[in-house]
Every structure is written in structure tokens, then in C-alpha cells.
Design a protein around this ligand. Structure first.
Ligand code: UDX
Length: 441
């Protein structure tokens, strides 16, 4: 076994906290760094500041080993680490579709002045292509160790809800490097992961940066593709659910990310395709990914069409109608409401005059903070009490398990819009419900 480098992880959001915890569990000494002292204190006391299945147990385990601690001190991190992972967010800028690089630049700048020896700085954040080269120059300029500090890029593909598995056993690793030494350092930093036979693609910095946005663009395209087919189904009376199933038998197409419905949201897919388009335009090749604007447009139309369906079931006007909104998170097994289609639909119906009652198994606190104007129920059945229309917006398992007759007993009208194609239409219709889903007759 090669000697294990000491690791730091800068930024303790979904990506960084998971990475820090998993690396400590796998045997590394890890220091996690965040500028938010509240987050740092929570993590040090064993509390994960967000919802992620399996992670709280692993945090406890990692802290017990004594190999993991969190700090706000970049000096401590700089003195400690041999390999420094940059895991801060790159949200969409307020004033444009570009990625906001403030946090990445601040993290690298704050760290650099404490780098006094030969170390590797590794970017994991999703960034516009060309960022790594710029940061490499920046870190060399600012670090006391100068040219001894190298930069590499190692994009992260973890999905919320599966963050632990995706970190411990990813389907692939990408190492963007500029020297054999950097590759050796990364190999040593991921030894237990690589020992499981995980394939590694070693490449240059810019290709590594691009892999991430290309992957997310492809996934977004696949979802919008089937949702575009749903629009065709809506005017022809065809069934997009059957269509997707029939397509999925073709292994070249495959059934994953081909689930029609309300479309994609979250902290990654929507902003990544916009930032990619923006960057391509800057580089003079905007035309090459011009279709991503269409992908975004199809995705936004899903939200509008779902609102339309609810309005239709309300008889053309939602004013004063009670709507039960099942789901707030952007997907199940998450409390993340960033660009959540579910909350978008709920808030739009509210702004049109409906009385909307939301219920979500995990995202209630986040939803309340972002949308205090909405009403909130204590359970799916509570939200559905006296509802004129029920609309399923996030496909949590507990919503799939609802007894149609139990919900019929509390709702005022038996009308349901299945925004995620999560329910069995025959079962709901048999119980007397008017069942509607986009792209299904
Ligand atoms: C995504 C990528 O999957 C991951 O590799 C990357 O690292 C970060 O972005 P995540 O944002 O956690 O991960 O969510 P994901 O599971 O990809 O779902 C994204 C959105 O697409 C959700 O809103 C989901 O509901 C929607 N979706 C997904 C569909 O509408 N249909 C599908 O078939 C699949």
C-alpha cells in the first residue's frame, strides 16, 4: 500500500460533507473546512446539516475513529493536507445564466496563502471549462510554495439520495491532471475506491471539466426528450408511459432517465445546462449546444402544463379552490428544494388564487422557509382534507402506497393529477377517482 495522503475537503455541502465523511470511513485522515461556523459545529457534534440517507450513521462512525474533524480555519487545513479537495458550490448567477464562481475563487484564494510545501489541489466542483487552468495559475501565484503546488480536476457525479454509494463505489472516476505526480497523488487518495475495480479515465484538465457538464446535459436531454414525446402524446391520445417502456427495451436507448412527468429540477441539472450554454457562447460555439435551450424550454413547459391540468380539473378557475400538493423536494429521498418543480407548481397555483396545502416527508422546513405563503399539512391525508384536486409532484414511496379509498374519504372531490406517473391509474379509477397524468389518455 502506498502511503496515504492527508486530505482536506473545502466546502461541506452535499458533495463536500459526503466526501469528507466517506474518505474518513475508508481510512484517511480528513479535515473538512467551511466558512459557516454553524455547519462546522453541527458536523463536529455528529449532525449532518441536510437529509441524506445513511450519512448520519457514517458521520458518527467517522468521528469515532478520530480521523475526521471540521474547522473554519484555512490555516489549519493548509498545514494539514497533502491533497486538498475543493467542493464548494457553483450556483447560477443572479444576473445571468452563467455559473457563479465566487465560492470556488474564494476557497482557492483562502487556501493558497497557507500552502508552504508540495501539495495537490483538486477541484471537484462543477465549473465552466477553462476554470482549472485559470485556478492553476492563480494558486501558483498566491501560494508561498509557488510552482510546487499543482492543480488537478476530479469531477463528482454523486446523486442526492445515493450520495454515500456514489462516493464509496462510483461507476467511474475521472482524473484531469498535468503531471504523473498528480496522477500518483490522486491514485493514493482514492486507493480503497480504485481497489474495487472502479474504472479511471486519466485525461487533461479541460476534458475532465467537460465530462461533468456533458454528462448532466445528456441526462437532462434524455428527460426532456421523453417529455417532448409526452407533449405529442397529449394531442394524439397516445400514452407516453407505454411509449417509454417500449423504447426502454432497446438497449441502445435504455430506460434510465426516461421517466416522463414534471421534469428535472435540483441544484445541478437546470443550472449546469444553462452555465454550459453560456460558456459555449463565450467560446464562440454556442450553436453546438443551442439545443440545450430547447431542453430547458421543454422542461419548463412541464411545470406550466401540470398547472394547466389542475386548472382544468378545477373547471377552468382555481380561485378559492383547495389543492393538495403532495411533494416539495425536487426528487424523493431528498429535502432539497433548489429549483424544485413541485414547489414551483404549488407556488404558481397559489398565485392564481388557489388555497394550496403542501406535504412532503422531508422538505417541509426548507419549503416553509422559501414559501411561507403556502399552507402545510402534517401528512398526505391531512393535506388532502377537503381538497378539490390532489396533485402528486414528488414521487415519494409513501405517496405510492396511499390507499385511493382512504384519500377519497377525506378529499372533497376525487380528482388527482399524477405529475410523476407514480400511481396505478386503474387502481385509482376503480376507487372512483378521476385520474389524470401528462401524456396519458
Ligand atoms: C444529478 C446527476 O444525476 C448527478 O450525476 C450529478 O452529480 C448531479 O446532478 P441529482 O441532482 O441528485 O443528480 O438528481 P437526479 O437523480 O439526477 O435527478 C434530477 C432530476 O431529474 C430530478 O428532479 C428528477 O425528478 C428528474 N428526473 C430524473 C426525471 O424527471 N425523470 C427521470 O427519468 C429521471
Amino acid at each position: 500500500m502506498t502511503e496515504r495522503p492527508r486530505l482536506t475537503v473545502i466546502g461541506t455541502g452535499y458533495l463536500g460533507a459526503t466526501h469528507a465523511i466517506c474518505m474518513a470511513v475508508m481510512g484517511y485522515e480528513v479535515v473538512g473546512v467551511d466558512v459557516d461556523p454553524v455547519k462546522v459545529e453541527k458536523l463536529n457534534s455528529g449532525e449532518v446539516p441536510f437529509f441524506e440517507p445513511g450519512l448520519p450513521e457514517l458521520l458518527t462512525k467517522a468521528l469515532e475513529t478520530g480521523r475526521l474533524r471540521f474547522t473554519t480555519s484555512f490555516q489549519e487545513a493548509g498545514e494539514f493536507g497533502d491533497v486538498h479537495f475543493i467542493c464548494v458550490g457553483t450556483p447560477q448567477r443572479r444576473d445571468s445564466e452563467a455559473a457563479d464562481m465566487t465560492y470556488v475563487d474564494a476557497a482557492v484564494t483562502s487556501l493558497a496563502e497557507h500552502l508552504h510545501r508540495r501539495v495537490l489541489v483538486v477541484g471537484k466542483s462543477t465549473v465552466p471549462v477553462g476554470t482549472a487552468a485559470r485556478l492553476a495559475a492563480l494558486v501558483r501565484e498566491l501560494a508561498p510554495a509557488g510552482d510546487q503546488v499543482e492543480l488537478a480536476w476530479n469531477p463528482e457525479f454523486l446523486r442526492e439520495g445515493f450520495a454515500v454509494d456514489d462516493t464509496m463505489k462510483p461507476d467511474r472516476m475521472v482524473f484531469g491532471v498535468t503531471s504523473a505526480w498528480a496522477e500518483q497523488q490522486l491514485t493514493a487518495a482514492f486507493e480503497p475506491v480504485l481497489a474495487q475495480g472502479v474504472p479511471v479515465k486519466v485525461t487533461d484538465l479541460q476534458t475532465a471539466e467537460l465530462v461533468k457538464v456533458a454528462a448532466n446535459s445528456f441526462l437532462a436531454t434524455k428527460i426532456s426528450y421523453i417529455n417532448a414525446m409526452a407533449e405529442i402524446c397529449e394531442v394524439t391520445g397516445a400514452d407516453v408511459h407505454d411509449l417509454a417502456e417500449a423504447l426502454a427495451y432497446d438497449e441502445r436507448i435504455g430506460g434510465k432517465f426516461l421517466r416522463p412527468g414534471l421534469g428535472f429540477g435540483g441544484g445541478c441539472l437546470p443550472k449546469d445546462i444553462r452555465a454550459f450554454t453560456h460558456r459555449a457562447e463565450e467560446l464562440g460555439v454556442g450553436q453546438a449546444v443551442g439545443f440545450l435551450r430547447e431542453i430547458d424550454g421543454i422542461n419548463r413547459r412541464r411545470r406550466a402544463r401540470t398547472v394547466d391540468l389542475v386548472v382544468e380539473l378545477c373547471g377552468g378557475d382555481v380561485t378559492g379552490k383547495r389543492v393538495a400538493a403532495l411533494g416539495a423536494a425536487f426528487k424523493p429521498n431528498s429535502d432539497d428544494i433548489r429549483d424544485a418543480p413541485a414547489l414551483d407548481v404549488a407556488a404558481t397555483l397559489h398565485s392564481m388564487g388557489a388555497h394550496v396545502v403542501v406535504y412532503d416527508p422531508a422538505a417541509m422546513a426548507n419549503a416553509r422557509r422559501a414559501h411561507p405563503e403556502l399552507a402545510y399539512g402534517t401528512s398526505a391525508l391531512d393535506a388532502a382534507r377537503d381538497a378539490d384536486v390532489v396533485v402528486l409532484l414528488t414521487e415519494w414511496n409513501e405517496f405510492r402506497e396511499i390507499e385511493p379509498s382512504a384519500m377519497a374519504a377525506v378529499a372533497a372531490q376525487n380528482k388527482i393529477v399524477d405529475g410523476r406517473h407514480a400511481l396505478e391509474p386503474a387502481q385509482w379509477r376503480a376507487a372512483g377517482w378521476e385520474y389524470r397524468a401528462l401524456g396519458r389518455p
